[in-house]
Ligand binder design. Structure first.
Ligand SMILES: [Zn+2]
Ligand SMILES: [Zn+2]
Length: 214
């Protein structure tokens, strides 16, 4: 079983997710920890719980989701897993940081790209990698069927959808991703987004003004 722990970090209020199993192995998704105190909080929660970080994943590489990649790499010796189409965004993130007054040191370690059809394994648990572009060119969502949740990055929010005015964004592509990749999941699936509170697929199908289908 995978349990989801949420942190909200940095001035953009980005959700960083930590998934852990019964053995205490954990996976860190989109570490947005920017300030030293945020990094210390994340490190301490992991240390106090006795968890062992074994995977570092990005749903996509906008700066608010990658601030802490280097910290996680340096602290836990983990290489970054991401979609190949996010490589350019990752490289651009420090420039974007300068523009926003949020300079940071980028991750410089190996890049491990997702393979088509690949599943992420954490012990006995699995995450399907759903290709959900539109907010950014290589956005992916991580779906755990057994426990019924998806970590969706900035694709679908509680009552909203990701912005599509950033480089590589496209509205029709985003709506298509939501309809074909996310709204085909069971209604009870919990959605953990890159910003804001969690929701469910069923709730968004009925209530989300941008993509509702009922
Ligand atoms: Zn984003
Ligand atoms: Zn974001």
């Amino acid at each position: 079983m995978l349990t989801v722990k949420t942190f909200t970090f940095n001035p953009v209020q980005e959700n960083t997710y930590l998934l852990y199993n019964e053995k205490g192995d954990c996976c860190i998704i989109d570490p947005g920890c920017y300030f030293p105190a945020e990094r210390e909080e994340l490190r301490k929660v992991i240390a106090d719980a006795g968890w062992t970080p074994v995977l570092l994943l990005n749903t996509h590489c906008h700066l608010d989701h990658v601030f802490g990649n280097k910290f996680i790499h340096d602290t836990f010796r983990l290489d970054l897993h991401l979609h190949k189409l996010e490589e350019k965004l990752l490289a651009y993130a420090p420039t974007s940081g300068e523009k926003w007054g949020l300079p940071f040191e980028n991750y410089q370690g190996p890049l491990v790209f997702f393979e088509p059809g690949e599943k992420i394994r954490l012990g006995e648990d699995e995450l399907d990698i759903l290709f959900t572009p539109g907010h950014s060119p290589g956005s992916v969502s991580f779906y755990n069927k057994r426990d019924g949740f998806v970590i969706g990055g900035d694709v679908l929010f509680n009552g909203s959808i990701g912005r599509t005015d950033l480089p590589g964004g496209d509205f029709d592509t985003l709506v298509n991703s939501i309809h074909t990749q996310l709204f085909t999941l069971p209604d009870s699936t919990r959605v953990y987004s890159g910003h804001g509170p969690e929701t469910t697929i069923g709730h968004e199908k009925i209530n989300n003004p941008f993509v509702k289908i009922k």
